[in-house]
Design a protein around this ligand. Structure first.
Ligand code: ADP
Ligand code: MG
Length: 679
C-alpha cells in the first residue's frame, strides 16, 4: 500500500514531505469560542443530517457537535457526502476552522472545517494532532494524514537518526540545522514556529532538507561528469588543413555566438577525454552549422561522425543539409532510417563498417545492434529531449569513447538544465543570424478565422508559403484528431483555396508519404501545408512566411514557440497567427506571453511556471529527479548554493570526505535519483 507511493523504508517515511502546516495551538472548549477566531475543538457528533438539494449535487451536510457539557457547535459542509458515512452520532472528532455565528439558530458555526476522526477515547493521543502546529500529509491509499503523523512521531521518538552525512566543511558554511533536527522540526515543528514561513517552506529546518536534496543530486551529477571527463577519449588535432576545410565549407559568416560555441566545442574535442556537451539555442539560431564544423574536425582526424535525429523527416533534412555542405569537401555522407529499403540499408551499413562513409545521418536505426562503425569519433544528437539517456549510451558504445554533442532547440530554464543535464557541459547560442526580422505574432478568436485565411491568400499571391497547424502531439494522434485535420484540409483545399495546392501531413502517414509531402512543400509546389505537430522540430523551409496555429490554447508555450520557429527563416517578414476559442484567464496569459515575446528562454521559463517542471517535458521525459522537499520553481537560490557547494567539494577532493560522500550517495540517493554509477 505504501510501497506504491515509494514508501518502503523508514528513511522513505522520514523523507515523506508534508505539503502544508496548520496551526492548531489554539484548542478551546466550544463555549469559549469567539466569532472570527481560528481554533481547534475536540467534540462528539450529536446529530447529523444530509439536507436539501442532493439531487442537484450540492449535498449540504450539517452536523451538530457537543463537547463535555460546554456547548454546541454547528458545522456545515457542501458536497458533504464523503463525511456522511463517518460522522455518525457519538463519533469523536477534532475540528479546525474559523468560528462564525449562525444567525438563525444562534449557535456557533464552522463552515467547511478541517475534520479528523479521533480513534479511541484516549486524549493523550490528541496532543499529537492538536494543541500545536501540525504537518499535513497527502494521504496515500488508506493511510491518512493522521496515520502519517502518528507513524512519524513514533519513528522520531524511537529511532536514533543517522549521523549527519553532510561534510563538516559544508555544514559550517551553510549554517543550517543538523539533519536530525531538520527532520524532526519539519515533521513536528516546535511551538512558536512561524506558520507562514513553514507554509512557504522557508524555515531553517526545511531549507536544510531542500538543500540536501539538491546537494546530493548535484554531487552525484558532478561525480558522474568527473568520471566521464577523466575517461580516456579521443584527442582531435586542429590542423591547418582542418581549418582550411572548415573555412571552405562555411556558406556564410558565423555569428559571434556561433564562433564562441564552436571554440568551446573544439576545446573539448582537443582534450584526450570524451566530450559531453549540450548545445542549446533557440530555433533558427544556427546550431546545425556549428555541428558541421565539429564534424569536419572529426573527419579530418580520420574519424566517422554519426548524426541522430528523432524523426525521419528531420533526419532527411539533416542529410540534405550536411550533404550539401560536406560534399563540397569530398566527404561521403550516408543516410540510414527505419524505412530505408533492405538492400539500401545493407549497402549503407556495409559502407559504414568498412569506413567509406564519413558521416551517417539517420534515426534510431543507427543505434541498432547490426550497425557497426569502422571508427566513430563524434556523435551528434539532435533534439535530445526526445531520446532517453540510454540511447545516448547506446550510441557511445558504437565507438571507443566518442565525443558527444547533443543539440536542443528547446530552451531549458537554467534550474532544470542544472538538474536534468547537470552531467553535461552546456553551450548556448544566444544570438540570431543577421538579417532576421522578428516574427510578428497575433492572437485571433476563431470566429474571425476567415480574415486569417484571406491574409494567408495574400501571402501566397506574393509568392510565399504557409503552414496551418493542428497542435496534436505525434505520438498521441487519435483518429478523431486526424479526422479534424483531414476535415480542415478538405475545407481549405476545396472551399477556401480551390486554386492553390494544399498538402496534408500527419503522423499516421507512412514515412515515405510524409517525406514526399515535405519535399513537395520544400520545393514550393505545395503552397499550404496543413499539418499536425509532426513538423514541430527542425523543419526548414525559408520561403514559408505564415504559421497559423489552430486551437492554440491546447498546447504548451514552448511547443508553440517551436512551431512558430518554422517560419521567419528567410529574409521576408513572417507571421504567426494563434487562433483560439474563448479563453480563461490563464490561457489568455499564456497566449499573451507568446504574442509579446520571441525569446525562447523567457517563454520556456513562463511555460515551466505555468505548467510545472514535470509537465514541461511532457510524459516522455522522466529526467526531473524525484525531489520531495525541493521545488525547482521556488528553490532556485538554494539550488545554486547547493550546486556551488557540491562542485567545490568534488573539485577540491578532500580524500576521505569525498569517499564518504560517494558511499553515502550510493547507499541513499542512487535509487531515488536514478543516477547510474556515481562511484
Ligand atoms: P537551428 O537548428 O538552430 O534551429 P539552423 O541550423 O537550422 O537552426 O539554422 C537556421 C537557418 O539559418 C539555416 O537556414 C541556416 O543556414 C541559417 N544560418 C545559420 N547561421 C547563419 C549565419 N551565421 N548567417 C546566416 N545564416 C545562417
Ligand atoms: Mg535544427
Amino acid at each position: 500500500m505504501l510501497a506504491a507511493k515509494g514508501l518502503e523504508t523508514v528513511a522513505d517515511l522520514l523523507y515523506y514531505a508534508p505539503f502544508r502546516y496548520e496551526d492548531r495551538s489554539n484548542v478551546k472548549p466550544i463555549a469559549q469560542l469567539a466569532p472570527g477566531e481560528k481554533a481547534a475543538v475536540l467534540a462528539r457528533v450529536a446529530s447529523a443530517k444530509m439536507s436539501g438539494f442532493r439531487r442537484r449535487a450540492v449535498g449540504l451536510f450539517e452536523v451538530i457537535f457537543k463537547d463535555e457539557g460546554t456547548g454546541t457547535l454547528l458545522a456545515r459542509w457542501f458536497h458533504g457526502e464523503r463525511y456522511a458515512d463517518s460522522l455518525l452520532p457519538d463519533t469523536r472528532v477534532a475540528l479546525f476552522g474559523k468560528v462564525e455565528l449562525d444567525k438563525t439558530s444562534g449557535h456557533r458555526l464552522m463552515i467547511q472545517p478541517e475534520v479528523e476522526i479521533l480513534s479511541g477515547g484516549d486524549d493523550a493521543d490528541e496532543t499529537l494532532h492538536s494543541g500545536r502546529i501540525v504537518a499535513v500529509y497527502e494521504a496515500a491509499a488508506k493511510v491518512s494524514t493522521r496515520i502519517f503523523r502518528t507513524l512519524l512521531d513514533r519513528i522520531l521518538k524511537e529511532i536514533d537518526l543517522p549521523e549527519d552525512p553532510l561534510p563538516a566543511s559544508v555544514r559550517m558554511r551553510i549554517e543550517l540545522p543538523s539533519l536530525a533536527e531538520a527532520i524532526a522540526e519539519t515533521h513536528c515543528p516546535s511551538p512558536g514556529t512561524d506558520i507562514r514561513l513553514l507554509n512557504e517552506f522557508r524555515t531553517p529546518a526545511q531549507t536544510r532538507l531542500i538543500f540536501d536534496e539538491f546537494f546530493w543530486l548535484e554531487c552525484g551529477l558532478a561525480l558522474k561528469k568527473n568520471k566521464a571527463r577523466l575517461a580516456e577519449g579521443i584527442s582531435f588535432a586542429v590542423t591547418e588543413r582542418a581549418r582550411e576545410q572548415i573555412k571552405q565549407m562555411l556558406p556564410f559568416k558565423p555569428t559571434g555566438a556561433q564562433r564562441r560555441v564552436v571554440q568551446e566545442i573544439v576545446d573539448d574535442m582537443k582534450r584526450p577525454h570524451p566530450m559531453n556537451r549540450l548545445l542549446q539555442g533557440d530555433v533558427g539560431s544556427g546550431k546545425t552549422i556549428v555541428a558541421a564544423q565539429a564534424a569536419v574536425l572529426a573527419i579530418e582526424n580520420g574519424f566517422q561522425v554519426a548524426v541522430l535525429a528523432p524523426t525521419e523527416i528531420l533526419a532527411a533534412q539533416h542529410y540534405t543539409y550536411f550533404k550539401r555542405l560536406l560534399e563540397k569537401l569530398d566527404y561521403v555522407v550516408g543516410f540510414l532510417v527505419g524505412s530505408s529499403g533492405p538492400r539500401e540499408k545493407q549497402q549503407v551499413k556495409k559502407l559504414v563498417t568498412e569506413g567509406f562513409v564519413h558521416m551517417v545521418v539517420g534515426t534510431h536505426a543507427i543505434i541498432q545492434d547490426d550497425v557497426s562503425f569502422s571508427k566513430l569519433g563524434l556523435a551528434i544528437i539532435d533534439e535530445q529531449h526526445r531520446f532517453g539517456v540510454s540511447q545516448r549510451l547506446d550510441l557511445m558504445k558504437k565507438g571507443n569513447q566518442p565525443d558527444v554533442l547533443v543539440m536542443s532547440a528547446t530552451p531549458i530554464p537554467r534550474t532544470l538544465a542544472l538538474t536534468v543535464y547537470g552531467d553535461l557541459d552546456i553551450s548556448v547560442i544566444d544570438e540570431m543570424p543577421p538579417g532576421r526580422k522578428p516574427i510578428r505574432t497575433k492572437h485571433v478568436p476563431d470566429s474571425m478565422v476567415e480574415g486569417v485565411y484571406s491574409f494567408v491568400g495574400q501571402e501566397i499571391a506574393a509568392g510565399r508559403q504557409a503552414y496551418v497547424v493542428y497542435p496534436i502531439v505525434e505520438e498521441t494522434e487519435t483518429s478523431a484528431d486526424i479526422k479534424a485535420a483531414e476535415k480542415m484540409f478538405l475545407h481549405l483545399s476545396e472551399k477556401v483555396f480551390p486554386k492553390v495546392r494544399v498538402g496534408l501531413l500527419h503522423g499516421r502517414l507512412s514515412a515515405g508519404a510524409k517525406e514526399a509531402m515535405m519535399r513537395e512543400f520544400q520545393s514550393g509546389e505545395v503552397k499550404i501545408l496543413v499539418a499536425t505537430t509532426v513538423i514541430e522540430v527542425g523543419v526548414d523551409v525559408p520561403n514559408a512566411s505564415v504559421m497559423v496555429i489552430e486551437q492554440a490554447e491546447r498546447f504548451g508555450l514552448a511547443q508553440i514557440h517551436q512551431l512558430r520557429g518554422r517560419v521567419g527563416r528567410g529574409a521576408q517578414q513572417s507571421y504567426c497567427v494563434l487562433v483560439t476559442s474563448k479563453l480563461g484567464d490563464v490561457a489568455r496569459e499564456r497566449i499573451r506571453t507568446l504574442v509579446e515575446s520571441n525569446d525562447g528562454f523567457y517563454i520556456a521559463e513562463m511555460d515551466m511556471r505555468l505548467r510545472g517542471p514535470g509537465e514541461f517535458f511532457g510524459t516522455r521525459q522522466s529526467g526531473v529527479p524525484g525531489l520531495r522537499f525541493a521545488n525547482l520553481l521556488r528553490d532556485t537560490e538554494i539550488l545554486e548554493q547547493a550546486r556551488a557547494e557540491a562542485q567545490r567539494l568534488i573539485e577540491e577532493k578532500p580524500g576521505d570526505e569525498l569517499r564518504a560522500v560517494v558511499t553515502y550517495i550510493q547507499e541513499n540517493w542512487q535509487r531515488r535519483y536514478g543516477l547510474v554509477q556515481v562511484g
